[in-house]
Design a protein around this ligand. Sequence first.
Ligand code: C2E
Ligand code: MG
Ligand code: MG
Length: 713
Amino acid sequence: MLKHSDETPPPSWEEERDRIIGLGERSFRKSYYPELRDKLSQLERFRALLDFSGELVILFALPDGRIVDANTPAERMFAPQGRSLLDLRLADIDCGGFEELLAQINDDAATGETKLRHREFQLHHDGHAIALDIDYRVAEVRGTSYGVLLGRDAAPRLAAEARVRLAARIIARSNEGIVITDAERRIIEVNAAFTKITGYTRDDAVGRNPSFLSSGRQNAEFYRTMWDSIHGTGFWQGEIWNRRKSGECYPEWLSVSAIRDDTGTTCHYVGTFSDITEAKAAEARIRHMAHHDFLTGLPNRFLLTDRFQQVLASAQRNGKRFALLFIDLDRFKNVNDTLGHTIGDQLLRDVAGRLLSVVRATDTISRQGGDEFIVLLSDIDTPDDAAQAARKLMQLLAEPFSLGEHSITVTPSIGIAVSPEDGEDLDSLLKHADLAMYDAKQQGRNNYQFFRREMNARSLELLLMESDLRQALKKREFVLHYQPQIDLGSGEVLNLEALLRWRHPERGLVPPGDFIPMAEETGLIVAIGEWVLAEACRQVAVWRSNGWPALRVAVNLSAAQFRQRDLHVQIANALVASNLPADALEVEVTESILMNDAESTVDTLRALDAMGIRIAIDDFGTGYSSLAYLKRFPVDTLKVDRSFVHNIGVSDEDAAICSAVIGLAHSLHLEVVAEGVETQEQYEWLARAGCHYVQGYLTGRPNDAASCLPRRN
Ligand code: C2E
Ligand code: MG
Ligand code: MG
C-alpha cells in the first residue's frame, strides 16, 4: 500500500476508483483506501471470473480505441512481446481489421446501437495461424461509451461447421434418395437422388408428408406395422413400392430411422432409399434362368417339380386326375446330324412354341434336354382327355417347320401316364410315361401310348436282357446266318450277308431286331460286333478254300462301332487272322452312320477304302437321303431297302424309287443290290431295271453256314 505524501492531498474515493479502473490490475494493490482494498478483493474475484471465462475480453475507450482493460488470456493472445495491452490501442493489435471493427463500434456508439456484432479474424500466434471469433459491442459505463470485445478460438466452431457441411455434402451427393422430415413427418429436406428417383423436386416435396409418394400397393396394415417398428425400435427397413411423379410404380429398398434429441424426444425422421427396379429385374432374370431351359425358355425339370407339387395337391384336394405326357421327337438326331446344331436348336425352339400354343395356362410344358418334352396336364376328367391332348399335339407338329431354306417335318412319340392310376409322385409318373413313350417308338413312332402295367414287366425284361446279352457273349450263344446275294446276270452267288442270331437256351433263335437295339444302348454291340467280324472272316476263309475262291462276306456295322477310333485296325486284324485279302469283305453301313458326319467316321471309312474293303450303304432310301455323302464317302454299293422292293408291282411310287436308285447307282458307277426280293415278278422287274444283285427269300433265306450255299459239284 502506498504511503500518502503530505504535499498532495489524497484523491477522492471516486477519483481513485476511476483511476484504478483506468489503470487496471497493477494499480489495485497501490490504493490509498482500505475500503477500496476490500472492494479490490471483490474486483479480484471478478477478474478471476473474467480470466477463467474462456473468453478473451478487452475493454477499450472510444473513439480512439485506447485499451482500458483486458483479461489475462487477451494479454497472452494479443500483447506483443514485453508489452502490455494497456499501453496500446486497438489498432495496434496485429490482427488485420481491428480498425474496421473500431470504426463500426464508433458508428454504433454514434447511433446508439448496442447489439452484439460478430466477426472472424485470422492472426498468427506462436507461429500458428489461428482463427478467432470476435464479438463486439458498445458498452455504456456511467454515461461513457466503451467498446467491449469478446473473443475465442474459432476452431471448434469451424470444425463443427465443417462436419455439418460434410454431412450436407454426403446427403446431397448420396446415390440413395434421402428424405428428412420433422417430428410431424413433414418433409424438411430431400437430396438430389430423391429427385432423380422420384421425379419430384425439393420444392415439390418440402412441407408434404412422404405418403404422397405411396403407390397404393401396400395396405394400411403394412404402414401400421412399419410405424410401430419405427416408434418401438427407432428403425424400419424393407421393400416398398412407390410411385414416381411420372405415375410409374417402382420398388425401392427403404430404411427409416427416428432421430432423437438430447432429451430422447423424436425430432426428425430420416428415410433413405434406393431404386431396386434393376436389381429386381436381374433377380427375376436369374430366377428365370434357374427355372427355365436356356434354349426354349420352357420350364426346366426344377420348375416342373414345383408345378407338379401344386398340380398334385390340387388334384388330391378336388379328387381329380392329371396326366403326364412324355414326348420324344422321332429321329431328331438326324436333323442335328444332317442340318447342323443351329437348325436343330431352332427346330426345338419352334416345336416348343407350337406345344405352348395348344396347352392351357394351367398346364406346364418342360424340356428335359435333348428332344424330350414333358407336358403336365392338370385337372382332367378321364384319360381320354389326355389322349385328346396327345392327338392335338401330333396334329400340331404334323405341319412342316420351315427353317431357313429347309422345310422339316417332325413326328412325336408320346407316352402318357395318368395320376392317380399310374402313380402319385413325379418319379414314377415320369418313369411310366417314359416306358409308354418307348412303347410308342416300338409301335412305329408318330403315335401315343398309355402306360400299361405290363410295361413295367417289359422294362424288367430289358434289364434282364442286358445281363443275358453279357452272358450270351461269354457262353458263345451267338451264331451267324448267311444270306446269298445273287448276280442277276449270271445267277451266281458272289456275296453272302452275315446276319446275327442269338441261340437262346429257352427262347430259341432270337432275331437281331429283338436284341441289337439293346446291345447298342448298352455298348455291348462293340464286343458282339468284334466277334461277328472275326467269325464271318473265319467262315468265308473256309468257303474260299473249299471251292468258292472269289466269295465275299458282307458284315453289318452299327454306329456304336464307329465310335471306336481303331475300328479299321480291328477289321484289318480280322482279315489277317483268317489270312484273307481285303476284297473278301464288304461292310454295310446305314445312312444314319454316314450322316453322323464325325471326323472319326470319315477317317475310318477312308482307311477301309484304302485297304481295299468294299463299303455298302444298307437300307438305302430310308434315311434322310442326302446325296452329298455319296460324294464325300468312298461308297461301292447301294442296297435298295426292302420296303421299296416289296411294293414293286403294287405301288408305282415305290417302283419309281427303285428305278431311281438303280439309275443313280449306274451313273455314279456303284453296284446296286435289291433287298427283300420275294417274288418272281419283283425279280424280273429288277432284272429289267438293270439291278446288279438281288437278295431275298426268293433266292435264299438266311441260313446257317452249313446250308446257305448251293452245293458245288
Ligand atoms: P439288314 O442288314 O437290312 O438285313 C436284311 C434283313 O432283311 C435281315 O433281317 C433279313 O433276314 C431280312 N430279309 C432278307 N430277305 C428278306 C425277304 O425276302 N423278305 C423279308 N421280309 N425280309 C428279308 P434280320 O436278319 O432280322 O436282320 C435285321 C437287321 O439286323 C439287319 O438288317 C441289320 O441291320 C441288323 N443286323 C443283323 N446282323 C447284324 C450284325 O451282325 N451286326 C449289326 N450291327 N447289325 C446286324
Ligand atoms: Mg444289312
Ligand atoms: Mg437292309
